[in-house]
Design a protein around this ligand. Structure first.
Ligand SMILES: Nc1ncnc2c1ncn2[C@@H]1O[C@H](COP(=O)(O)OP(=O)(O)OP(=O)(O)O)[C@@H](O)[C@H]1O
Ligand SMILES: [Mg+2]
Length: 392
């Protein structure tokens, strides 16, 4: 592969990465920062900035920049500036020498203390509404070109959705949260298909993009079934089918299901069940789902060659199942959030696929049985989840 081709692939990859990344934050400042860094890198520019448009007040103002000066935030930019033109015309704009352009807004230049030479601005449009403008300034070498403009337009479309999303989330309910989660894989898919349609894409590049599409569709389908499970559980429409059953066969079935996944990272699954353990009561299928979820986590968040120990016990008051792993552990400040819908511990979420719904579903099922679920974790050593179901 030629140098420039390799470089271009790098930029496409970054675009896919970022579009997947964007919808994963609900903190507007954090989100804008990610967008800016991505825009700057993708366009190989010196700086990037985002202006937001308040359609009620018909005002355009500075919101964030890679080289943000605190003075800049909230600075109103006139509508006859470059950014104003983009909002009004809903079109990208590329200018090779801003000093020759009457729309250049010098007030910004002064505040930013950056000598602007060339610029690309793209509108941020969602649902037919312009919500702002994203600009990149000063190409590192030479001038901005059509590919830069193209890539930025795609990023701008994703960014607009993500920005709108974080706003939407503020008045969230389960549906809004779900829609938000849905948009993550959808954004990746739309970027991927866009890239596939580009004529200069090589076989190698398209294979990679197709692999990406495949994993994102898997994620979408997992998300849909988890969401349905959770929505049903939350609405109280689920009736538990209680029966009395022995624990060991249930755990053995779970082990069999999870073994292939465990083998991938050479994680061993061990069952520790006393041979004289009396039968227990509950909805066998639903409780199996809980155990599967816990074992799935114990494998996913384990280290290679790690171990998962599944144990069961019972006394007069309750019976319990515990799933312990030898993984990274969970930071203390995250423990309280684990059972929240869509919550995923920071840092891991990009490395391991998941929806953040598994534990919420577990909790609903356990609480529906009148029981409780506990977690104990030590960083660097591992985590143990234990659920207790009252004996009848
Ligand atoms: N055994 C574990 N060790 C370390 N972290 C864990 C463990 N179990 C869960 N977590 C953390 O808690 C988060 C929430 O777990 P949960 O099972 O709800 O969602 P998920 O595993 O991300 O997605 P899903 O279960 O839907 O595939 C995980 O993303 C992970 O960060
Ligand atoms: Mg899980």
């Amino acid at each position: 592969m030629s140098d420039s081709n390799a470089k271009r692939l790098e930029r496409y990859k970054r675009l896919i990465e970022i579009s997947r990344d964007l919808a994963s934050t609900l903190d507007l400042d954090l989100l804008l920062n990610r967008i800016l860094v991505a825009a700057r890198d993708i366009a190989e520019a010196g700086a990037a900035s985002i202006l937001l448009y308040d359609s009620a007040a018909r005002q355009l103002y500075f919101q964030a920049a890679t080289n943000m000066d605190p003075m800049m935030r909230g600075l109103v930019v006139p509508m006859d500036s470059i950014a104003g033109w983009i909002v009004t015309n809903r079109q990208p704009l590329r200018i090779d020498d801003v000093h020759k352009d009457t729309r250049y807004f010098k007030n910004v230049a002064k505040t930013v203390s950056l000598d602007t030479k060339n610029i690309i601005g793209v509108p941020l449009i969602t649902k037919d509404k312009v919500i702002g403008v994203m600009e990149v300034l000063n190409k590192e070498q030479g001038e901005f070109n059509e590919i830069d403009e193209d890539l930025l337009s795609v990023l701008g479309a994703q960014a607009a959705i993500a920005i709108e999303n974080t706003r939407l989330f503020q008045q969230s309910d389960l549906i809004a949260e779900f829609v938000h989660e849905l948009r993550t894989p959808l954004a990746s898919l739309s970027t991927a298909t866009y890239l596939l349609l580009r004529p200069e894409i090589s076989r190698e590049q398209s294979d990679q993009i197709i692999a990406n599409i495949h994993s994102e569709t898997l994620r979408l389908s997992a998300l849909a079934s988890s969401f349905l499970d959770l929505a049903r559980l939350e609405s109280g429409r689920v009736h538990f089918q209680k029966s009395s059953f022995p624990v060991l066969p249930l755990l053995e079935e779970c082990k069999t299901v999870m073994q292939p996944k465990a083998d991938e990272t050479r994680v061993a699954i061990e069952l520790v069940v006393p041979s004289d353990l009396p039968s227990v009561e509950g909805d066998r299928d639903k409780l199996k789902q809980v155990v599967l979820n816990l074992i799935s986590n114990a494998i996913k968040y384990n280290r290679p060659d790690g171990k998962v120990t599944v144990s069961a016990a019972r006394d007069e008051k309750a019976w319990q199942v515990s799933v312990a792993d030898t993984g990274h552990g969970i930071p203390e400040e995250a423990i309280n959030n684990l059972f929240q819908k869509f919550y995923r511990v920071k840092g891991m979420e990009t490395k391991v696929a998941g929806t953040g719904l598994g534990l919420s579903i577990c909790k609903q099922i356990i609480v529906g049985h009148g029981g409780r679920i506990e977690v104990k974790s030590k960083l660097g050593e591992g985590t143990a989840f234990t659920f207790f179901i009252p004996s009848q």
